[in-house]
Design a protein around this ligand. Structure first.
Ligand SMILES: Nc1nc2c(ncn2[C@@H]2O[C@H](COP(=O)(O)OP(=O)(O)OP(=O)(O)O)[C@@H](O)[C@H]2O)c(=O)[nH]1
Ligand SMILES: [Mg+2]
Length: 485
């Protein structure tokens, strides 16, 4: 049965209405004072509203940030390209991070030694097999002699140092991770840093991991690089690496070690984060990485991270906000890229053409070059990106050059290359055409093909390329915002 509710009883039920209602027994003087108070309060409130409306209008007139997404398979050079942008616009901040990159370079070196020490164990086991069991036990298999085994024993503590450094990175700010959960794959050392047996350390770049190694610059404008590192840090592996430096150099240059690595098909020089040819420098006491070393330091990215920078066009004297999105390129990360597709001004795609004879770490059945072509096809054909400009970096041309010089035949891995000459000019022209044709065929609407041959660890050459990109994007963006004709 319906129930009648009077207005009075509604007021009584609503605590806000009751609180705002005038007092029931108000004298004329009280009434006047209350009215004055309410009028003053309204004036303040109106002023705040007007200020808010003004700020909103102002924000509308401010140019929107230029948004750039960095895409490409793992190890293609996305994070390294981002480092170049940082070096270009925030050199001070970039250099203040030297201590953090020093720790990563230590990790890169320790990982290389773990690979060598593991290879020696494998070689030992191989020589222990009966002579006729398989080819590994043939007399030609390089054998570690007693001197090499003694060297190995002296260097075993490096494995503990690597574990300790990884654990240190692993104990960082885990709270942040709850907002960026990662797909489960392999045992986690932590949510931020993780290492599967013999694999790389990975970082969730959304986490402020760098702060664990950085010293407070104390508000100084110019930051002395030596001050970047906490030299009194008792957990710093630097002194131990220095103490073992000669043994490390002896191991790395030992002919039997080289033969064992060769035999096992391990080409450390081609792995990311390779510093073994500079051991004397990187294990020196008071070592602080150069800009070049920071660009070569390898730290795999997990998830997607946003980096905001201000870039200035020196000829126009105009400064704009640029927002960069750096993604993890591992295949399992690809679904995480899609939410960023609908709001980008440009996508920089990194395709490491030196990888024609290499397979993906996550899938040894897939060669890196066809994977890059496939990735390019899927992004240029994506409808969400149809209004976005693409800039292609055919990256790692320095490694491509080294491979060609060493006699590796491109056509052995890319049969469609046929009998064309095995030289840089012909190969890069051929690859450029392949990528351009895909864009022509797969793009939902016609686009300009922007393509650069890059070596993003070469700071000077990369600055030149990035300068050009910045100017084009700024001009394009200003036109869009109707700020220039
Ligand atoms: N020689 C050479 N090394 C490069 C070049 N570009 C990148 N590298 C190195 O290759 C390694 C991998 O580069 P990253 O920038 O970490 O690759 P990424 O695309 O961010 O990889 P993920 O984070 O795994 O997706 C790093 O050690 C870089 O220093 C290049 O043009 N030449
Ligand atoms: Mg990365």
């Amino acid at each position: 049965m319906p129930v009648r509710v009077s207005m009075r009883s509604l007021d009584e039920l609503d605590p806000i209405a009751a609180a705002l209602a005038p007092p029931s027994h108000e004298s004329p003087q009280e009434h006047q004072e209350r009215t004055l108070r309410e009028r003053a309060a309204k004036q303040v409130s109106d002023e705040i509203d007007a200020q808010l409306a003004k700020e909103k209008q102002h924000a509308k007139r401010l140019p929107k940030p230029v948004k750039i997404l960095l895409l490409g398979q793992s190890e293609s050079g996305k994070s390294t390209t981002l480092k170049n942008f940082q070096l270009m616009c925030e050199p001070q901040a970039f250099r203040a991070e030297r201590a953090s990159w020093r720790a990563i370079i230590h990790l890169n070196i320790l990982r290389s030694f773990r690979i060598i020490l593991d290879a020696l164990v494998l070689a030992l086991n191989a020589v222990d097999l009966p002579p006729d069991s398989d080819s590994d036990s043939s007399p030609s298999y390089p054998r570690p002699d007693t001197e090499l085994l003694a060297l190995r024993t002296r260097l075993l503590p490096l494995l503990d140092v690597e574990d300790a450094l990884t654990r240190r990175l692993a104990t960082l700010d885990v709270d942040h991770l709850h907002t960026t959960p990662e797909p489960a794959r392999g045992p986690l050392i932590s949510n931020i840093f993780r290492r599967r047996a013999g694999k790389e350390i990975e970082v969730n770049s959304a986490v402020a991991w760098k702060s664990a190694f950085m010293r407070d610059p104390g508000g100084r404008e110019s930051f002395d690089t030596q001050n970047a590192v906490d030299w009194d840090d008792t957990e710093d592996p630097g002194p131990l690496l220095h103490a073992r430096s000669e043994d490390m150099q002896r191991l790395w240059t030992h002919p039997t070690v080289r033969a064992i690595l060769d035999r096992q098909g391990i080409r450390l020089q081609e792995t990311s984060g390779f510093f073994l040819d500079e051991l004397e420098v990187v294990t020196s006491l008071r070592y602080v990485p150069t800009d070049g070393h920071i660009l070569r330091a390898r730290l795999k990215t997990l998830g997607v991270s946003e980096h905001r920078m201000r870039l200035t066009d020196p000829t126009r004297g105009i400064t704009r906000e640029f927002w960069f999105y750096d993604v993890g390129g591992h295949r399992s990360m690809v679904p995480k890229w899609v939410p960023y597709f609908d709001d980008m001004d440009a996508v920089i795609v990194l395709a490491p053409i030196s990888g024609f004879d290499q397979v993906l770490e996550e899938d040894p059945n897939i060669y890196r070059l066809p994977d890059s072509l496939e990735l390019w096809t899927s992004v240029v054909s994506n409808k969400l990106l149809q209004k976005t400009d693409f800039i292609l970096f055919l990256n790692k041309v320095d490694i491509l050059q080294a491979k060609i010089t060493s006699g590796i035949q491109f056509a052995d891995y890319v049969p469609s290359y046929g009998r064309r000459p095995n030289d840089m000019d012909s190969i890069t022209r051929y690859m450029r055409k392949q990528f351009m044709n895909i864009m022509k065929q797969a793009s939902p609407s016609p686009r300009i093909f922007y393509c650069h041959l890059t070596n993003v660890i070469d700071i000077k050459a990369t600055t030149y390329v990035l300068d050009g990109i910045r100017d084009v994007l700024m001009r394009f963006h200003l036109k869009e915002s109707r700020l220039i004709a």
